[in-house]
Write a protein that binds this ligand. Structure first.
Ligand code: HEM
Length: 407
């Protein structure tokens, strides 16, 4: 009998299995990920397809390893998508480009969109946050997602890009709908919504680019039109794609950051009190939110040169999900990883990715997170949760269904 047990055990795979197909798992991903992460650095999806990489050291290596690269729209095949507007859009996004194409586009955007561009926005971000709180202050209650997080980033990025105020609402809807495309499960209904959003946004941005060519201003689109690197410029389609990329990147992810940050602080009253008493903690509080509850669950790569990792052979073309959310809670890297500590030091998390594709908008997102939280905490002293919120399941860009608070 003992012999048989040993034999059975040796047939078990060494790696972990990850089942994220139940909506319930998405209400608290951390225990599911922790169990798999403690078993092995790699987990096979329960479908039997693809690998998730779960530990910090392995992600750290892979995010700068030339044997893996970003995947183009082929990554959508698992959702049953092999064409259509969203498929094309993903193929033109900066994070799906590799090699010289990526380097060229990244250098061009880097000339137009610098950390000082973000720093200059700080007073305006603060002003917008105050305006949004002015609207709700007398009401004693609000939904942070609908009344605050949805509006602030779209106004900031729209002003930077030069979108007229009258267009903010439909514009915010398109970028929000588009974000749903990055889901584990894409129902036909969701797919229609996402494709329609891409088409409308494309038509809108195309007109905007034409307009700025005729009449350049001091906005980001005009800067992108003028950006030149070694005599090279963005072509018309590349420009449209880049503006769409920045609009989308600038809205949907930051909208999530603001809601998740508010929720995380409100569910840790002692930490909230620390920030309230000492606003110098705001920058480290935002970093800690990005570690503890990151907005983006993982980034996708594909093996372009076979290799072995932790006893597992990774073949050419094998897709890998580098789980930022799991690595950020790896106890091998972060002491007491399940503790939310707004003063945490040595906090090099993967909330904005890492390496060649490190987030272009990180400086702007940080400014928005710090200023928005600062204003919320300062203006609404009695802020507390009205109910426990629910996460929207299956989304790679995490979001809450709503976040009702009283003050
Ligand atoms: C809290 C807010 C944000 C989060 C959590 C976030 C997260 C990320 C992550 C994880 C990546 C890496 C993708 C990869 O490695 O495949 C990324 C890339 C990128 N982000 Fe962000 N982002 C945020 C805000 C922004 C903003 C405000 C913008 C622009 C205005 C932006 C534009 C981009 C772009 C263009 C890339 C592609 C970079 C490349 O491939 O070289 N993001 N972001």
């Amino acid at each position: 009998m003992p012999q048989l047990q040993r034999k059975t055990r040796s047939l078990e795979p060494i790696w972990a299995t990850l089942d994220l197909t139940s909506p319930g798992a998405w209400q608290n991903l951390h225990p599911v990920l922790a169990q798999a992460r403690e078993r092995h650095p790699l987990a096979r999806d329960s479908s039997g397809e693809g690998w998730s990489v779960l530990r910090y050291a392995e992600l750290d290596g892979l995010l700068r390893d030339p044997r893996v690269e970003s995947q183009g729209p082929e990554m959508l095949a698992r959702q049953g998508l092999d064409g259509g507007p969203f498929h094309e859009f993903v193929g033109r996004m900066l994070f799906t480009q590799n090699g010289p194409d990526h380097a060229r586009l990244r250098a061009l955007v880097g000339r137009a969109f610098t950390p000082s561009t973000a720093a200059r926005m700080r007073p305006r971000v603060r002003e917008i946050a105050h305006e949004l709180i002015d609207r709700v202050q007398g009401l004693g209650a609000m939904d942070v997602v609908r009344d605050f997080a949805h509006h602030l980033p779209v106004r900031v990025i729209s002003e930077m890009i030069g979108v007229p105020e009258g267009d903010y609402t439909r514009f915010a809807q398109w970028t929000s709908d588009l974000g749903l495309g990055f889901s584990l499960v894409l129902t036909p209904d969701r797919r229609r919504t996402v494709d329609a959003a891409v088409e409308q946004l494309h038509a809108y941005v195309s007109d905007l680019v034409e307009e700025r060519r005729r009449r350049p201003g001091s906005d980001l689109v005009s800067a992108l039109i003028q950006a030149e690197e070694a005599g090279d410029r963005l072509s018309h389609e590349e420009l449209i794609a880049m503006v769409m990329n920045l609009l989308f990147g600038g809205h949907d992810t930051t909208k999530s950051l603001l809601q998740i940050a508010t929720y995380t602080l409100l569910s840790h009253p002692q930490e909230l009190e620390r920030v309230r008493r000492d606003s110098a903690l705001l920058p480290s509080a935002v970093e800690e939110v990005l570690r503890y509850e990151p907005v983006v669950t993982g980034v996708i790569r594909v093996v372009c040169e076979p290799f072995e990792m932790a006893g597992v052979k990774l073949d050419l073309g094998e897709p890998l999900v580098l789980s930022l959310i799991s690595a950020n809670r790896d106890p091998r890297r972060f002491p007491q990883p399940d503790r939310f500590d707004v003063g945490r030091r040595d906090n090099r998390h993967f909330g904005f990715g890492f390496g060649l594709h490190f987030c272009v908008g990180a400086a702007l997102a940080r400014v928005e997170g710090q200023e928005a939280l600062g204003v919320l905490v300062e203006r609404l002293p009695g802020l507390c949760l009205a109910e426990r919120p629910r996460w929207v399941p299956f989304t790679a860009i995490r979001r809450l269904e709503s976040l009702r608070v009283t003050f």
